[in-house]
Design a protein around this ligand. Structure first.
Ligand code: C2E
Ligand code: CA
Ligand code: CA
Ligand code: CA
Length: 277
């Protein structure tokens, strides 16, 4: 028994050591990633389920570091939040996504909407609304083409946060609740926040045709959204079956590998944007 405990202990510590080491390395390299130009935004199409037409895209960050290789956002965003690096990185994301969208519009592609992920830590920054305002003004973009995707969190329940979301809305942009149905879900905030849409979390959507409970959840979310006059986007649509089911139950928009993976800007343009000339 002693021997086994010892082995478990060793396994535990070496795993923890590995975890800490990895985290430390990410932290270290995150600090110089912006100046070294190591980030790139990918774009994933969002389609209208009624018309099958492209209505917009979500920008998703990618990080390629010479030592760590490709680091997934699921791994580094939380570390960027802990260290405060999310503030400058988040500003870079906003600026880059807006600039890309304006440049595509200048090239004659149809104006459509860009969805940008925003961390709660960014929302808590007292300068955030000012930053967004400046970016919109400098880029000369119609703010109604910008959607900020926010997630539920304890911080979201504060009165001051509601006020801040109202100020963002007053700039003319739209707000979408991401990962809906997960986290600190409470239905009570839905009519307190100035939301325009909900994104059903992919954990409910992926393979839902094989899962009656997920099917029921997705249907219920759509019904609630309709009642509250919110648009619904389903993410994680991986196959024909999900697509077909979502169409049948009147979901508004869809996003997922069935249509396309997130793509680098050039590939997105080539595959999804039509020149108007
Ligand atoms: P999210 O905002 O929920 O983004 C959707 C994630 O689902 C993306 O992962 C996307 O690549 C993936 N996805 C899209 N369609 C499918 C599908 O059909 N099947 C499956 N299995 N996955 C699909 P990604 O790009 O790895 O991003 C992970 C998370 O990292 C995001 O989840 C978001 O929370 C965060 N993130 C990504 N980019 C940014 C960013 O620019 N800013 C901030 N603050 N967070 C970001
Ligand atoms: Ca998102
Ligand atoms: Ca999501
Ligand atoms: Ca997520």
């Amino acid at each position: 028994v002693k021997e086994r405990e010892k082995n478990n202990y060793q396994l535990f510590t070496s795993e923890m050591q590995h975890h800490f080491y990895r985290k430390m390395m990410i932290e270290k390299h995150l600090r110089t990633a912006l100046e070294n130009d190591e980030f790139e935004l990918y774009y994933q199409p969002i389609l209208d389920l009624k018309t099958n037409k492209l209505i917009g895209m979500e920008s998703l960050i990618r990080w390629n570091n010479h030592i760590l290789g490709q680091v997934r956002p699921d791994e580094f965003i939380s570390i960027a939040e802990e260290t405060g690096m999310i503030i400058p990185i988040g500003q870079w994301i906003l600026k880059t996504a807006v600039k890309q969208s304006v440049s595509w519009q200048k090239e004659g592609t149809e104006p459509f909407r860009i969805s940008i992920n925003v961390s709660v830590k960014q929302l808590l920054d007292p300068m955030f609304v000012e930053h967004v305002k400046t970016i919109i003004e400098n880029a000369n973009i119609d703010p109604s083409n910008i959607i900020l995707e926010i997630t539920e969190s304890i911080a979201m329940y504060a009165e001051s946060m509601i006020e801040k979301l109202n100020r963002l809305k007053a700039l003319g942009i739209s707000l979408s609740m991401d990962d809906f149905g997960t986290g600190y879900s409470s239905l009570s905030y839905l009519n307190k926040y100035p939301l325009d849409s909900l994104k059903i979390d992919k954990s409910f959507v992926m393979g839902m045709h094989r899962d009656d409970e997920n099917k029921a959840i997705v249907k219920t979310i759509i019904a609630i959204a309709k009642q509250l006059d919110l648009k619904v986007i389903a993410e994680g649509v991986e196959g024909f079956e999900e697509w077909h089911f979502l169409k049948e139950i009147d979901c508004d928009y869809a996003q997922g590998y069935y249509f396309s993976r997130p793509l680098p800007a050039d590939d997105f343009k080539e595959n999804w944007l039509k020149e108007l000339n």
